[in-house]
Design a protein around this ligand. Sequence first.
Ligand SMILES: O=C(CO[C@H]1O[C@H](CO)[C@@H](O)[C@H](O)[C@H]1O)[C@@H](O)[C@H](O)[C@H](O)CO
Ligand SMILES: [Ca+2]
Length: 539
Amino acid sequence: RPADDWWRSAVVYQVYPRSFADANGDGTGDVNGIRARLPYLADLGIDAIWISPWYPSPLLDGGYDVSDYRDINPEFGTLADADALIAEAHALGLRILIDLVPNHCSWEHPWFKAALAAGKGSPERDLFWFRDGKEGGLPPTNWPAAFGGGAWQQIDDGQWYLHLFDISQPDWNWDNPAVIEEFDAILRFWFDRGIDGFRIDVADSMAKDPALPDVPLHNGEPTREKYVGNPFYDQPGVHTIHQRWRAIADEYADTPQGPRVFVAEAWLSPAERLAQYVRSNELHSAFNFDVLQCAWDAKELRQVIDHTTENLWAVGAPATWVLSNHDTIRHRTRYGRDQRDALEGAGVVPTDLELGRRRARAAALLELALPGGAYVYQGDELALPEVEDLPEDVLDDPTWERSGHTVRGRDGCRVPIPWSGSEPPFGFGPGTDQPWLPQPADWSALTAETQANDPGSHLNLYKAALRIRRSHPALGEGRLTWDDETPAGVLSFTRDSFRCLVNLSDAPIPLPPHQQILLSSEPLTGNHLPVDATAWLQL
Ligand SMILES: O=C(CO[C@H]1O[C@H](CO)[C@@H](O)[C@H](O)[C@H]1O)[C@@H](O)[C@H](O)[C@H](O)CO
Ligand SMILES: [Ca+2]
């Protein structure tokens, strides 16, 4: 049986099911589409797949609004399809992580519907946060919702219910034992079906301060900062829940697959706070979004990498690196322009996609050389850019609606994958119709098929890097040592007999006389590493 600590250095590929592959040609990705592409993922060289929510849902927040935690969305397939996917993936040596959405459910969840019908003070309502409002028709608190507006929604009988995200996503009351037991059962339901682990959605928000204090104002508006003491983020109670889940995951230690694992999504800084979630009796790992939010700058990146690893290693946890996901502007686009406003979806900003492509190649080799686990979002390996000019009538992300059509939201990083062919839907599905989000016509140069046949492609760079990472003893989990006398604007670290050199300066740098393992860009005459390029060297 493979080692139980596989997760400490695994490369995990994120599949966004709606946009990965469409087997039945209805323009929406599905489970059988993922099954058909398992050989592609195995050949890519990853260790595991994380599948974003595939549960029954009205899809008002891309599936992060779950109406049944023990089934598959009929638009995506059936439980039988899921079982087949799990078995086929395991046969290829690929592990499967799925998404757990514990903070909230969909307003179509039967328990929420029962709560609405049951009335004030009922046990059904105590599964959620129903409260009477304040004098003058004010909500119970001034808490803001993540997608815009307030976090409380009033219903006919005058009570309000809490929704930190969309109004269609009522928050569960985690002080209620019935909620705790329900999620214990949900974990066991999927672990018993062979799932290797869960990515935990908003892992820092399930516990709320029962006093329901208002949050301070910032520029006259309720702050959205996750300040220490925030009444609905990073409350001490979340750790009790995570310790309980860890114990359940460890119950599976004697099964063929071994103990199961958890990776936390918690946009929490600094790393000291995040480290509390991955102590040995809690979750296994947590995404380190600090690098994702960091500018393309050597000094800043080094500081973030040091701060992250210091705090995580201090509690015995590995770092977990990620460059993009289904909530952020794709990093090829972010790296193609000034970083700061790149993340906030501030509409179309001038972008140099060639610069972005070079930096994305360099960043891929940096991410895969750093000690710990690494996540690859579908399309990262194809250097897909953000699609920022989607027609307004196809925008699906609740942010667009909730922001009063001022913030476009996250659809631009969720456009279906171009697999083959010269025009949409580029083999995403059979047929000729555009998928649920239209693909740009010029993506013919980015298809997996085109890139597979081009030795210098982004795809083949990922394949080479993952092949080397799998076989090179110095890579994966471990430590790193920064090399001294490194010119300004250059990152250089050593791991045993391996050195990683990243040129973020504005001039080529001489490549040291070591054997070159892999370069993200062709070396320049006189053996120089170009600007915005990374070199892997054998010492
Ligand atoms: O905090 C979250 C949580 O995201 C998770 O939870 C959200 C609610 O379930 C869901 O919308 C997201 O897709 C899921 O990943 C995000 O809103 C994030 O801050 C933001 O998008 C960064 O740009
Ligand atoms: Ca489909």
